[in-house]
Ligand binder design. Sequence first.
Ligand code: AMP
Ligand code: GLY
Length: 420
Amino acid sequence: MNILILGSGGREHALAWAVLQNPKCDRLIVAPGNAGIAEIADCATLNIEDGSAVVTFAEENAIDFVIIGPEAPLAAGVADRLRAAGLLVFGPGAAAAQLEASKAFTKEICDAAGAPTAAYGHFTDPASARAYVEAQGAPIVIKADGLAAGKGVIIAQTVEEALAAVDEMFDGAFGNAGAEVVIEEFMEGEEASFFVLCDGENVLPIGTAQDHKRVGEGDTGPNTGGMGAYSPAPVMTDAVTQATLDRIVRPTMAEMSRRGMPYQGVLFVGLMIKDGAPRLVEYNVRFGDPECQVLMMRLGAQALDLMHAAAEGRLADMQVNWAEDHALTVVLAAAGYPGAYSKGSVIGGLSDMPADSSRMVFHAGTGRKDGQFTAQGGRVLALTARAGSLREAQDAAYRMVDAVNWPEGFCRRDIGWRAL
Ligand code: AMP
Ligand code: GLY
């Protein structure tokens, strides 16, 4: 099978790495890819949010299966365009991608499905949003409705902060994403990410993970795209997993089908768990980054069979071969991230790194110049290891971190602390 993966992050490097282990993959192209992905697969320049360009590229390269990594092409309807052209795709169409692209849509689906989530109000003008904040008090959560690259959520500790956030969003701080605002009850508890594959009808859990969203150790400082992750997440006990499937995931999938937009792809279920009861924080319509790195490291070659079955509507026949293992990934980011950072510094030490079924350096934002890897993004590398225990996986990941020679980079030294 000839496979095309769309995307350029650590998530797509991990997807490519897993896909290549499966003998059913004859040829792999990643568009646009990055310098690390180019070490293992062909990379191609392509505007991945332009549906017709992607269709043409797939046809010209005799692609049999397209895996869409990030949310932007999904929300832009690239999966719809590919399917209309008769191509097999992993990932939802634009209508179903609203589960990530519109927070108000997701809240409405949860209401209809009876899925537990934070109480909320949805506003299109500042006056009624402000009145809701005044009535509810703080802490309270203010969210831009649309896609805001993970930055459209403000957790306000005081009413003043909340009102300022409301004004900021309606003043266009998040562009069009903030033209509508969702205001939510602040939920307490422990967060976890749960990943399921869906084929429009069936649901198959493929793993749990915990991200580390804050930039600083001990979960302090501003939010980032994710500074590290591990899988499995012990807070996702069998009982919590079952409750999540029965009360949140399956009712949501049924409601999506009822509305004529059956969901196909991976569903990233962001949860808040308190006293064993899960509530939905958010859905994403793609793998998490860096959660994907730990999931792929644990799933290996079977990841391709599972995604292919989801795309073909065959999930009912599939099962995951679970191993009793743990994976952990540490993100190395450019100094200054998530604020301003500089690009172009040279990253040394990568040529001697282990690269096997239990240790990989996934590249997120790297380039290559004069034979050397350079930093080209905020999050730059995800050093990922798998072992029989979480402690061993953590030790192995940090040994790789310590072997990287990149003075301009930094990482959190406490990835995994909550489980350890
Ligand atoms: P989201 O983009 O919706 O995932 O929000 C980003 C992060 O904000 C989440 O991962 C949570 O850590 C936090 N968050 C979002 N909504 C809530 C909520 N209602 N209560 C508490 N924390 C929240
Ligand atoms: N790591 C969180 C996300 O991918 O949204």
